[in-house]
Design a protein around this ligand. Structure first.
Ligand code: HEM
Ligand SMILES: *[C@@H]1O[C@H](CO)[C@@H](O)[C@H](O)[C@H]1NC(C)=O
Ligand SMILES: *[C@@H]1O[C@H](CO)[C@@H](O)[C@H](O)[C@H]1NC(C)=O
Ligand SMILES: *[C@@H]1O[C@H](CO)[C@@H](O)[C@H](O)[C@H]1NC(C)=O
Ligand SMILES: *[C@@H]1O[C@H](CO)[C@@H](O)[C@H](O)[C@H]1NC(C)=O
Length: 316
């Protein structure tokens, strides 16, 4: 049964039978007494922002992934640089995550309703779930109770996986965060939403063409991203239905039409290929597993000795 087709309440029951409570001590009812309106405020803010700017859902989903992969899900990515410290936001490789204002806005409204209660890390985790559900993907209960970190270092973003990584490197990068091979393939399905700039894949299509890429698709990418590309905004959508959360990403990989080398690599390795096939065939299975893997991603590196930041872009 697809999670999207049933009510949030029954989805809640369904998921809890599959997903154990977090080892990190997170709970789905964390703000039940202290800020029952938190999730509603976040949903309204994210929905409104997404109507004004349809790029918002993809950006917030990616933001959550990047935050969790560096220092755990502690909102370190939301901190601004200071004169003394260059923060993750401004780190190399230029991670080009945007739309921080949406999280900051939701947090400002929550601070009015229930001051000093809800962490920025939790706001981001809830927003990431909401953008998926809003894009017609699955819904799941978000475990909450994260604290916000006080440290954000630009140079640590080099530990994010690269779009040119092979399967072995990707598997290792996820394993370091307690995420297994299935989580890697499942979470890569986040590339059902959004867009990439040419620089993230142009090395695959110029000079020596990556042999794993469909040749027609390589031609179309070359047209969009000529070798002497002058348009900084040029690029390609990550699947053919880039604002709808679906399994098209996996179907395209089976046809050699993954945009990144790291996407296509999942179809060239025996450890991951079968999982890609199973999601390309069965969208409901993908939705169910995506919800479960997002909960696991949300448990990565959760800290206990952090703070509840008042504003998401600065430490208290
Ligand atoms: C497996 C390793 C991954 C690599 C190497 C990777 C790499 C990238 C790159 C290079 C971009 C394009 C940046 C640009 O040129 O603007 C991108 C975009 C994106 N990524 Fe990933 N990613 C990975 C995993 C994930 C995961 C786990 C998620 C979420 C669950 C995710 C969600 C997104 C989204 C939604 C976008 C589109 C952003 C937008 O439209 O603004 N990615 N990723
Ligand atoms: C909706 O979003 C727009 C654009 O971000 C913003 O200007 C406006 O204040 C928002 N409205 C509400 C009610 O949040
Ligand atoms: C990242 O990109 C922005 C705008 O595209 C640019 O202003 C900034 O200098 C870049 N940062 C790094 C570290 O390359
Ligand atoms: C980042 O720089 C600091 C010093 O400023 C250093 O201690 C740390 O090891 C560096 N981290 C990485 C991942 O390079
Ligand atoms: C994968 O990439 C790593 C790092 O670039 C490299 O050391 C390794 O040999 C590659 N593995 C395979 C199987 O190509």
């Amino acid at each position: 049964m697809a999670i999207i087709s049933i009510s949030p309440f029954s989805a809640f029951i369904l998921i809890l039978t599959v997903i154990p409570f977090s080892e990190a001590g997170l709970s789905p009812h964390y703000y039940h007494q202290t800020c029952p309106q938190a999730e509603d405020i976040i949903f309204q803010t994210v929905r409104n922002a997404s109507i004004y700017d349809p790029k918002v859902p993809a950006r917030l989903l990616r933001m959550f992934f990047h935050d969790c992969f560096i220092r755990g899900c502690d909102a370190s990515l939301l901190l601004d640089s200071t004169p003394a410290n260059k923060a993750e936001k401004d780190g190399p490789p230029n991670i080009s995550v945007r739309s921080f204002y949406v999280i900051e806005e939701a947090k400002a409204k929550i601070e009015k309703a229930c001051p000093h209660t809800v962490s920025c890390a939790d706001v981001l985790a809830i927003a990431a779930r909401d953008v998926v559900a809003m894009s017609k993907g699955p819904w799941w209960p978000v475990l909450k109770g994260r604290k916000d970190g006080r440290v954000s270092k630009a140079n640590e973003t080099i530990n994010l996986p690269s779009p040119f990584s092979n399967a072995t490197t990707l598997i290792q990068s996820f394993a370091k965060r307690g995420l297994d091979v299935k989580d890697l393939v499942t979470l890569s399905g986040g590339h059902t939403l959004g867009f990439s700039h040419c620089s993230s894949f142009s090395a695959r299509i110029h000079n020596s063409i990556d042999p794993t890429i469909n040749s027609e698709f390589a031609m179309s990418l070359k047209k969009k991203c000529p070798l002497k590309n002058k348009d900084r905004n040029a690029g390609e959508f990550l699947d053919s239905t880039s604002s709808r959360f679906d399994n098209d990403y996996y179907k395209r990989i089976t046809m050699g039409k993954g945009v990144f080398g790291s996407d296509q690599a999942l179809y060239g390795d025996s450890r991951t290929k079968g999982i890609v096939d199973s999601y390309a065939k069965d969208e409901k299975l993908f939705f169910k597993e995506f919800a479960a893997s997002m909960v696991k991603l949300g448990n990565v590196g959760v800290i206990e000795d952090g703070e509840i930041r008042v504003k998401c872009n600065v430490v208290n």
